[in-house]
Design a protein around this ligand. Structure first.
Ligand code: ASP
Length: 439
């Protein structure tokens, strides 16, 4: 059995956290491949090493003195090395980094050093082999991840190594230039490594015990989610639930490796399992609720719209030409509404309106801003009658006016549009009806 274990920044922020991680890895000999993030925050006011690296490099790029900032970063690592009583010096590495900063090696290179150095410490601490991700994770010239080559090189390399540390977040372009994934990208590296070694499970260790049914900033002490499917997770993370990088599911999903989200500070908790599919019935009809504020609707009216072939396409083309993606398009016989992100829409507003007038000559266009979307997600909804009914009666009781309803054809989700100011009340009402009262 093989497990790939990825540890997030807060799990590796200090020597004490490293010790917890060491205990976790040593407790199970199947935990063979370790993917570390850079040291994160030690307390809420602290700065992540990745952020320190970005700021330090920005100084280097302006030809300003960055020696103090770089020393501070070295201090963060030294504290860990000292705390773990390792015989390891990063002096040479920091000399090289300073040199490369002066040569303007790029902000991707700069940020990647956070994981690189943490990987060196981790490998030393565990007695595992260190494998530089720049040698095994590849990007093309535009910075797109090259899955096939990475999988080939990485699996070949790891076949020869029983226990290894592969730093997360970065790789290299084919010419050797270091390149990173987007922020939080160590999750993706973990998934890539899990695929390459055909792991039985990809354990993603963080500072929470998995996914919660709803946002704890809105619901106090929400229930946890034991098992969630990849598709449910996509829906929820798109709507704002964030524990795992959005792209992290793709490599393992392709080969059916489950992800187990675990808590470094409470390793005995089961955490959440992310799986392709499951016969396990969810505890509640719904798996989770998530949502976002800041949407805007464009309501287009035109008599006899229904008989005008190509109306929808022409309208959506205007959004496309303005570089705006749409979220939902509920429609009636003579009306069509387009939901968009307010932040994307507001600066292009007049250009979009003019474009719609020109494209379809509507009778009227009305705009409504400050809307929120709430997604109720659950594989259990398909087999249960009355879910929508329960949601809407709960919202009515909470005095929330529903502006829009959209049920995905897979019956996996119901999206509800409400006013921004009703957002929290809507989530509370839905949570109460399915989780607290369990009608
Ligand atoms: N250290 C990087 C970040 O802060 C990547 C990661 O932690 O996954 O975004």
């Amino acid at each position: 059995m093989k497990k790939v274990v990825k540890f997030g920044g807060s799990s590796l922020a200090s020597a004490a956290q490293f010790e917890k991680v060491g205990d976790i890895i040593r407790a199970d000999a199947n935990r063979k491949y370790v993917v570390p993030s850079a040291p994160g925050k030690r307390h809420s006011k602290d700065t992540k090493v990745t952020d320190m690296l970005y700021t330090t490099y920005a100084l280097a790029e302006e030809d300003e003195d960055f020696s103090k900032e770089l020393k501070d970063i070295q201090g963060r690592y030294q504290e860990i090395i000292d705390g773990l009583q390792l015989k390891l010096s990063l002096d040479k590495e920091f000399e090289k980094i300073e040199d490369n900063f002066k040569k303007k090696a790029g902000s991707n290179y700069a940020a990647s050093r956070g994981e690189y150095l943490n990987g060196i410490i981790m490998a030393n601490y565990l007695g595992f082999e260190f494998i530089d991700a720049a040698e095994v994770v590849f990007f093309d010239e535009e910075g797109n991840f090259i899955a096939d080559k990475t999988d080939e090189v990485l699996s070949k390399r790891l076949k020869k190594v029983e226990y290894a540390v592969i730093p997360g977040f970065y790789g290299a372009k084919l010419d050797g230039t270091v390149h990173t994934f987007s922020r939080g990208g160590s999750d993706i590296t973990g998934s890539i490594v899990a695929k390459a070694v055909h792991a039985d499970v990809y354990e993603n260790w963080t500072d929470v015990s998995g996914f919660l049914v709803a946002d704890p900033r809105i619901i106090s002490n929400p229930k946890g989610i034991d098992t969630i499917t990849y598709r449910e997770l996509r829906e929820l993370s798109y709507m704002g639930a964030s524990v795992l990088h959005e792209d992290a599911i793709f490599p393992v999903r392709k080969v059916g490796i489950p992800i187990n989200i675990k808590n470094t500070n409470a390793p005995e908790d089961n955490g959440s399992w992310i799986v392709e599919s499951t016969c396990q019935r969810p505890k509640y009809v719904i798996t989770g609720i998530a949502g976002k504020k800041g949407f805007c609707s464009i309501n287009i009216d035109k008599d006899m719209m229904n008989s005008e072939i190509g109306f929808g396409r022409k309208v959506l083309q205007v959004f496309e030409e303005n570089g705006i993606s749409f979220e939902h398009t509920p429609s009636g016989i003579d009306t069509m509404t387009v939901f968009v992100h307010q932040s994307e829409f507001s600066e292009k507003e007049q250009s979009v309106l003019a474009g719609i007038h020109k494209a379809v000559n509507p009778d009227s266009i009305e705009l409504e801003a400050d809307l929120a979307l709430v997604a109720v997600v659950g594989r259990g909804m398909k087999a249960t009658r009355g879910t929508a009914g329960r949601i809407f009666s709960a919202l009515a009781h909470a005095n929330v006016n529903v502006k829009m309803i959209d049920q995905g054809s897979s019956e996996l989700n119901i999206i509800i549009g409400v006013r921004n100011e009703d957002f929290e009340a809507a989530i509370k009402a839905i949570y109460a009806i399915f989780v607290e009262i369990q009608l």
